[in-house]
Design a protein around this ligand. Sequence first.
Ligand SMILES: [Zn+2]
Length: 216
Amino acid sequence: MDLVLFGMQGSGKGTQSKFIAERCGLTIFETGAQLRRLADEDSDLGRKVKSILNAGNLVPSEVVMEIIADFLHHLPEGASALFDGIPRSDDQQKLFDKLMAGENRDFMGLLIELSEKEALKRLTTRRICSKCKSVFPSFYTKATCENCGGELTTRHDDTPDAIRTRLDTFLQKTLPVINAYKARGKMLTVNGEQGIEGVTKDIVETLNPYFSCEEK
Ligand SMILES: [Zn+2]
């Protein structure tokens, strides 16, 4: 069983995916990391990825699926994958479902639920470290970074308009994917409107029947 993680910007999905991977023994599929690995590889797919990246083009969904297939073939026998941020649109979902069926892999979706209002609030008030780029939520009130002591500023790309655009993209493109998996009984949900530790605890409890996660 593999896991497909969903959450609106501000839901803490990136942070939670690392915790879940560790606690539930899943291997995260990160598009960026896979692209870098493949671009260095002397293979057909590696050369294809390299030429797309060198041309400065976006990687088409069909190639993303080839990359996922390659990732799955490199997983140790019996290992489970965690997909974070894929599929993000109807088109990708069709390709993804077909790929997973062809690979004989079953999966569950997990949605970290957050209202638009809370997402907006979180995104407009979060701050970023000017040195190490760590992101801090509004409830972190210190003036400097707890990792490196760097100064905290608001993110350049966190203007209300830019945030609105990112949320609209999620609602228009990704929400239909979530609803489709819900309709097929393939979507678990947890309440994202609580502290990070509370969300992790709920996720571990929700996933345990499927993945045998470590309780803490
Ligand atoms: Zn820092």
